[in-house]
Design a protein around this ligand. Sequence first.
Ligand code: 3H9
Length: 686
Amino acid sequence: MTVTIARENAIAVVTVDNPPVNALSQALRQALVDAVAELDADATVKAVVLICAGRTFIAGADVSEFGKPPQPPHLPDVVATIEVAKKPWVAAIHGSALGGGLEVALGCAYRVAVASASLGLPEVKLGIIPGAGGTVRLPRLIGPAAAVDLVTGGSPVGAKKAEGLGLIDAVLDGDLKAGAIAFAENIAEKPLPQPISSREVAAVEAGFWENAEKAVAAKARREIAPLRALASVRKASETDFDNAMAFERETFLELRGSEQAAALRHVFFAERAAPRPPELAGITPRDIRSAAVIGGGTMGAGIAAALRDAGLPVVVIERDAAAVERGLANVRAIYEGSVKRGRMTQALADERMAGVTGGDDYGLLADMDLVIEAVFEDLDVKRAVFEKLSSVCRSDAVLATNTSYLDPNAISEGVSHPERFLGLHFFSPAHIMKLLEIVPTETTAPDVLATGFALARLLGKIPVRAGICDGFIGNRILKVTRAQAERLLLSGATPSAVDAAMRAFGLPMGPFEAQDLGGLDIAAFQRKAARARGETPFAPVADRLCAIERFGQKSGGGWYDYELGDRAPKPSEAVAAIIAEAAAGQPQRVWDEADIADAILLPMVNEATRILEERVALRAADVDLVKIHGYGFPRWRGGPMHYAEARGLAEVVSVLDRLASDGLAHPPCEGLRRSAEAGSFSALAK
Ligand code: 3H9
């Protein structure tokens, strides 16, 4: 049963129970309409409380229905039915009232919530706009300016703030149901309030819409939904309710079928599936209640802050007292930065810092549940760390390496109880970046792997399982990105043209700007190691730049020139000359933005397909999550694999074939050709 009705004297309590999040499935929509009819007809009922079972109020429309034709009763009609009910409905909110859930609440005569509840219209994050009156009722209730913020930003607000905005009528302490019933008894005898739909929208100052448009456009870049949401709120302010509803619905239905919405839905479900991979179902992770980080550099400090933010006490281990001090200062700097940016109160920062201790004595780790090593990327140094950990830690303590390109199997050699060892590859800054690559070795036990995923959940990270290869998933693809970017330079494109094309595609930065920001030396160091292993990494121009110590912004020049104290990249004549020298004798061509994007992105897809074939990644969607959460790939493109599928894998293969015949990319791998025949990557890996 999705809806049950109980009576508390003259108050009817309508309880929605549609796990997991009370999404508005067709059955629930119908049940709500039926409930209104039943309670309208019941003369003993004076008011109605709408409350939800489980973890949350109605969290929105059922996103899984979005790929299919809408089924009646449609949500706008459900909301309208509640709004014209003969008895006042009181929405009693706990958890989240999101999207269609908030729209249902806006149909109610009153809204009350517990203090921990949050309310919002996150539709733009799914590439759509509210489709059941959210953009039309909200400005009538809280005014256009606040409505614009909520609708175009998509972030929810807490109950206290919602009360301040006039979005809810009361924040209730104690038991929600009892409080809502008392509230309902109180309003039952009063005249019904004016329905929101028949209220006026408050006037705005001259220039308000134009300014809002500029602000929203600047933030949204190439995402379409935020501007369309704004247009809908504006329409609601400038025309009558029915016209505004028709405009909203039309926009909603159009965007629901858009490519961006499909991509964002794909990411929505991939993100929710990632923390609980089916292959680990039923495996109980180990308990993690304490953690230590070996190494207090940038990475170690970021990991320590991430662990501490999740509520764990953290110990930072360094070589000697001075290094311990530096490590703790690095962690403190992270919290001080958060206070400065207004993200955290000083009191909270102090409390976090109080839970981070340091030392140079491995004996401190005797009873730790988890130890993450984040020392210098050198096999011998890392092995020495794990040798010490093997002798001091409990035999069931989970031991992890944060290596980004050494082989975790090699690092784990000699570790006692190697089944408790795994790779946890954080991305910098580790307390902010959401991606966590989880890398099992040949010996990692299933419950230790499950502990990696449980840790990611605790830390609020997106975990992706990665097999062992050079660079795991993300950096292995990054190497292809960079190699392709250089191939483009050798065949006539300039660094600024390549960067501009990738920004136009939706990346926050192009590959050359990004290298200048991060420093070219790290990749040079890795190439040196790769050459020592007998590999032949392709970086003819980057190698030349590193040879003359053009390492990027930090050395005053890299792919671009920089003026002192200015981070704006300036095209460099010196680099142009180096490129010309490296390109001597190669055929030159004219590149437009779309061709540049293809020459970089499609080889990335090809490499990712190899990664799937080798089972270094288990699912195409995992590759998408890696690129979105670790490398700034635009969410609204759905990640490279979704992008390739949406574009058509047959076309991807034919473009790659063309690039390959011009010597500008490797030809499509076998798996990509097979996937193109099947029309998706799903046959390759699930
Ligand atoms: C909308 O409402 C449009 C309307 O304006 C117009 C209509 C005409 N649908 O996140 P969790 C699943 S657009 C279907 O891990 P939490 C999710 O996949 C919608 N399924 O839980 C997962 O499934 P599984 C606007 C959904 O406690 C399970 O529920 N609403 C939906 O960490 C648990 O999810 C939103 O965008 C859904 N709407 O967080 C709200 N939501 O167990 C999106 C979740 O099989 N949802 N699932 O993996 C959320 O933000 C979080 O789920 C919430 C709970 C905060 C509610």
